[in-house]
Design a protein around this ligand. Structure first.
Ligand SMILES: [Zn+2]
Length: 433
């Protein structure tokens, strides 16, 4: 047996059930090790060859670096010659679920989830503004950035609980150490309590005054005091704090993750996991498809026009009336009934499905079918057009809508997954965070 530079020699390998195996492996070749289950393929390649390669690599490192590595035992082998640095792509029994994608199988998706959890910006679908939650520092910074001499009030909405009298509520505030309310003017709570005729002015919103200050170059002690006040304000205001400046400007701060009256989920990696009940779209449970009306079955030949009978179920003596009614009504809204379906604009196609005030569309037809499911012929009819269709709630993106509100570089994670890998790489190259 010759051992030139071109081969790796393993002599006397006895790891696990290997019986003193001596073998020569050519270098720079693609080698396949095969054998029946239990014959020692992994013992030879992973537990002997790779293990020794790793061990020698670790030995080349300093003692300091070695302490961070798992302890590696020398494999039971006489010697290995001609060994080069080794890497192993782990053999792994993958658990596939029907939700698996190339992204999730390759763990690429896990990095995307992490990116979105850390760098994602949540955008409100109502206003398109970014959802941010405020903390004490935001309020303190806002105050610090005001002009010298500006007067600032830290106030929170006055809340009267349903089962408490106004007087009771005010007494509780006094006990908590608050002595003033604010409704455009500062009101002493003690004065209010002494005035039996006092009533809140309906048009003026009532606040509890937490603190008032005049802006100057604040020193550390001042900043501490302001921070304390703001902290108290967030607590007392149950998350809502207002800053009134010079009696004119009112700035709202909230430490809840809310905007436009919607409460959003803060991005965490699990929010972007469709294999996890927390992140999965509740309608399709992360599968992206639901059982619904299959458009391709309803309109199997898109070269036909509505007039020519493109809508397959609108046929026959009775159901054909739907087609006739649609054609008749279409004159009122200028629908091209003689145009092939494939040439319809997106709006026209939508109209055919959704209908309008003049005509019933295909959706309405199937609602009618569902109302008649107690009749066997309608059950047969429905089954003919049912199929797996794109989930209407997540649009096939598999995630709950809160996850899709989170954007990185104006795209949500589902849109990234749709991109061909080549385009995705370009997108990442262009991305600035
Ligand atoms: Zn869905």
């Amino acid at each position: 047996m010759h051992t030139g530079n071109k081969a790796i020699l393993i002599k006397g390998a006895r790891v696990h059930n290997l019986k003193n195996v001596t073998v020569e492996i050519p270098r720079n070749k693609f080698i396949v090790v095969t054998g029946v289950s239990g014959s020692g393929k992994s013992s030879l390649t992973i537990d002997t060859l790779f293990a020794e390669g790793q061990r020698r690599y670790a030995e080349s490192l300093s003692a300091y670096a070695r302490q961070f590595m798992a302890r590696m035992n020398k494999p039971d082998v006489d010697y290995i010659k001609g060994l080069c640095p080794a890497i192993a792509i782990e053999q792994k029994v993958t658990t596939r679920t029907p939700r698996s994608t190339v992204g999730s199988m390759t763990e690429l998706y896990d990095y995307l989830r992490l990116l979105f959890a850390r760098a994602g910006k949540t955008v409100s679908p109502v206003s398109g503004r970014e959802v941010k939650k405020n903390d004490v520092a935001d309020v303190v910074n806002t105050i610090s950035n005001l002009k010298e001499g500006d007067k600032a009030l830290i106030i929170v909405p006055f809340k009267q609980h349903a089962n408490r009298e106004l007087k009771e509520e005010l007494n509780i505030l006094l006990q908590k150490g608050f002595s003033r309310l604010y409704n455009g003017e500062v009101l002493r709570i003690e004065d209010i309590l002494e005035d039996p005729k006092w009533k809140p002015v309906a048009k003026k919103k009532l606040y509890v005054l937490i603190d008032r200050l005049v802006v100057k170059p604040f020193d550390e002690d001042d900043k501490h005091r302001i921070s304390d006040s703001v902290n108290t304000a967030f607590y007392e205001g149950e998350g809502d704090v207002y800053l009134e400046i010079n009696g004119t400007e009112l700035i709202h701060f909230s430490n809840r993750f809310e905007l436009d009256g919607i409460s959003f989920e803060e991005p965490v990696p699990n929010l972007f996991s469709f294999n996890n009940p927390f992140g999965a779209c509740p309608t399709c449970e992360g599968f992206s498809l639901v059982l619904g009306i299959d458009e391709d079955l309803v309109i199997p030949d898109k070269r036909l026009s509505v007039y020519e009978g493109a809508v397959a179920p609108w046929k026959g003596e009775k159901l054909g009336l739907w087609r006739d009614a649609f054609i008749k009504a279409s004159r009122k809204f200028d629908f091209p009934v003689h145009k092939p379906i494939i040439d319809l604009s997106k709006k026209e196609y939508q109209l055919l499905w959704k209908g309008n005030e003049f005509a019933n569309g295909i959706d309405e037809f199937f609602k009618e079918v569902e109302r008649n499911l107690y009749k066997v012929q309608y059950r047969v009819l429905l089954s003919r057009y049912r199929g797996r269709t794109l989930c209407p709630d997540c649009g096939g993106y598999r995630l709950r809508k809160e996850a899709l509100y989170v954007k990185v570089g104006d795209k949500h994670i589902g849109e990234l997954c749709e991109m061909p890998v080549k385009d995705l790489q370009q997108w990442f190259d262009d991305l600035t965070l």
